[in-house]
Design a protein around this ligand. Sequence first.
Ligand SMILES: [Zn+2]
Ligand SMILES: [Zn+2]
Length: 196
Amino acid sequence: MASQIQNEAELNADKVGHSIRRWLKDWSRKWNEPSLAQQTKVEFSNRMKVSLGRAYPRRMLIRLNKSLEPRRNLKLLREVLCHEAAHLTVHRQHGCSAKPHGEEWRQLIRLAGYNPRRTYRVERIGEFTQEPTILFLHSCLNCGARRLAKKPMRDWRCVTCTEAGLEGKLQITTQPSREGLGEFPRSYQGAHSPRS
Ligand SMILES: [Zn+2]
Ligand SMILES: [Zn+2]
């Protein structure tokens, strides 16, 4: 058998890729959506600066922030992947009639063992940034959409909500993300535990 020489990054990518397939299979079963595991493509993107993940239902594609790839961020990666996979599933099962973070979506998140929280706290996001930096989290209080920026963007509005004719106001919160690099803070683990 030929020996394979892999650098650490490749090895990590393999393991993460394996976990991703396993999780998708699991949710596929729980959500009764076989096509999810079979058809979902997952990519990591270097170019995502402010979002953690994004779902493209028509292409069955999930794009994840590259900074979620290191193994120390596996827990958060799983939660973000679940969030986006649920979007794909809702779209398959209900088409465009369902709201992005509506009851159908929340139900799937619960089945996967998460609380259907739609925002990510800044101290958790600081977790997977490589350099200590202050980030501003913009969250829509109506639908829970969230975006990060390096500065507060007071002109930003939630696209989904403004398209629905609402005001789309965003709440801006911030925290220096200097602490906790390499380990998930307690607040994250607590918030993360599955519902009984
Ligand atoms: Zn919104
Ligand atoms: Zn979402």
